[in-house]
Design a protein around this ligand. Structure first.
Ligand SMILES: Nc1ncnc2c1ncn2[C@@H]1O[C@H](COP(=O)(O)OP(=O)(O)OP(=O)(O)O)[C@@H](O)[C@H]1O
Ligand SMILES: O=C(O)C1=C[C@@H](O)[C@@H](O)[C@H](O)C1
Ligand SMILES: [Mg+2]
Length: 182
């Protein structure tokens, strides 16, 4: 069983993916972390040094490698869907969930962020709106399911996704009950 999460920067792919992996007792992999391990520096530094195309080439190689042996929960980079090859690899080898968020919600979450290279601009909200408009069709094209992240907490999103995976027959119904609140 392999699930991939797609969505804009800050949609919660890493945060939700990690918790989903714990809930389903599955390994969690984040393509951004795999890339950082390969390049030995932060994505932000790599972007500045080598440029976006070099980063996208590396991202495509990492996604192809992971799709050759799909397993667990995969959080993808926010721009992974920009290349058709990645959209196909993800859709063919994973059950893909689009974590959809409005640019305004993302801006609220990320306004103090300094790690996301595409948002280090004078008008990050405007940038998020542009990214949303440009990428939303690609996320939808890639995804088997769409989950709105505007109101639910991360824990609620994990419950919603587990329910969707049960309905799709990807996860056995009732096999992964919610942890009782501490
Ligand atoms: N539903 C949510 N409610 C509240 N906070 C959230 C929610 N989803 C994510 N966050 C918070 O927003 C921030 C960004 O989330 P996260 O790093 O998981 O995004 P991402 O989709 O992995 O982004 P990127 O594509 O840049 O890697 C984190 O601090 C996370 O805890
Ligand atoms: O939205 C994007 O294009 C990116 C998102 C991050 O996850 C990283 O993959 C990188 O910073 C590019
Ligand atoms: Mg992430």
């Amino acid at each position: 069983m392999a699930v991939a999460l797609v969505g804009l920067p800050g949609a919660g792919k890493s945060a939700v993916g990690r918790r989903l992996g714990m809930r389903l007792d599955l390994p969690f992999v984040d393509t951004d972390h795999v890339i950082e391990q390969r390049i030995g520096c932060s994505i932000r530094d790599y972007f500045e040094r080598e440029g976006e195309i070099a980063f996208r080439d590396l991202e495509q190689t990492v996604i192809a490698d992971l799709a050759a042996n799909p397993q667990g929960i995969l959080a993808t980079g926010g721009g992974a869907v920009l290349r058709e090859a990645n959209r196909k690899q993800l859709r063919d080898h994973f059950h893909v969930i689009y974590l959809r968020s409005s640019p305004e919600d993302l801006f609220r979450r990320l306004r103090h962020d300094v790690k996301r290279p595409l948002l280090q601009v004078a008008d990050p909200l405007g940038r998020l709106r542009e990214l949303h408009d440009a990428r939303d069709p690609f996320y939808r094209e890639t995804a088997h399911d769409v989950v709105d992240t505007g109101r639910p907490t991360i824990a609620m999103l994990v419950n919603i996704i587990v329910m969707q995976l049960e309905l799709a027959g990807i996860v056995e119904s009732g096999a992964h009950p919610e942890e009782p609140p501490a």
